[in-house]
Design a binder for this molecule. Structure first.
Ligand code: AMP
Ligand code: ZN
Length: 114
């Protein structure tokens, strides 16, 4: 989709530090990491409105994001635990309107989620 930052990353128009890629999923380092490990896992297809945009037409790609998250958690040795976050809309401070999952780990996190 035009003017979507993550679609531009998928298209290679904006560089990223990729850690995983296949035909439907891309994972790359967040440019402003909030934990020692902070990876963004995205479906390549533009799913607008975050989690609110998930439906039966894109659920397979969303499920695949979680298999990639599980794989990366092993590869990155997050055996002590990790957190997966998806922001959805204004109140959550979502800044990029293309569904993505934050994989956060490498430290003991706050017990507060918000
Ligand atoms: P959210 O606020 O949940 O929409 O998350 C968007 C994330 O994208 C933020 O954590 C940003 O740091 C990250 N981000 C923004 N621009 C880039 C970029 N060019 N490469 C990698 N991550 C980015
Ligand atoms: Zn997009």
């Amino acid at each position: 989709m035009a003017d979507c930052l993550f679609c531009k990353i998928v298209a290679g128009e904006i560089p990223s530090r990729k850690v995983y890629e296949d035909e439907s999923i891309l994972a790359f380092h967040d440019i402003n990491p909030q934990a020692p490990v902070h990876i963004l896992v995205i479906p390549k297809e533009h799913i607008a409105d975050g989690a609110a945009g998930i439906d039966e037409t894109n659920a397979a790609a969303v499920g695949k994001c979680f298999t990639v998250i599980a794989r990366l958690a092993k590869e990155l040795d997050l055996k002590d635990g990790f957190r997966v976050v998806t922001n959805n809309g204004f109140a959550s401070c979502q800044s990029v309107p293309h569904l993505h999952f934050h994989l956060l780990g490498g430290k003991v996190m706050s017990g507060q989620m918000v």
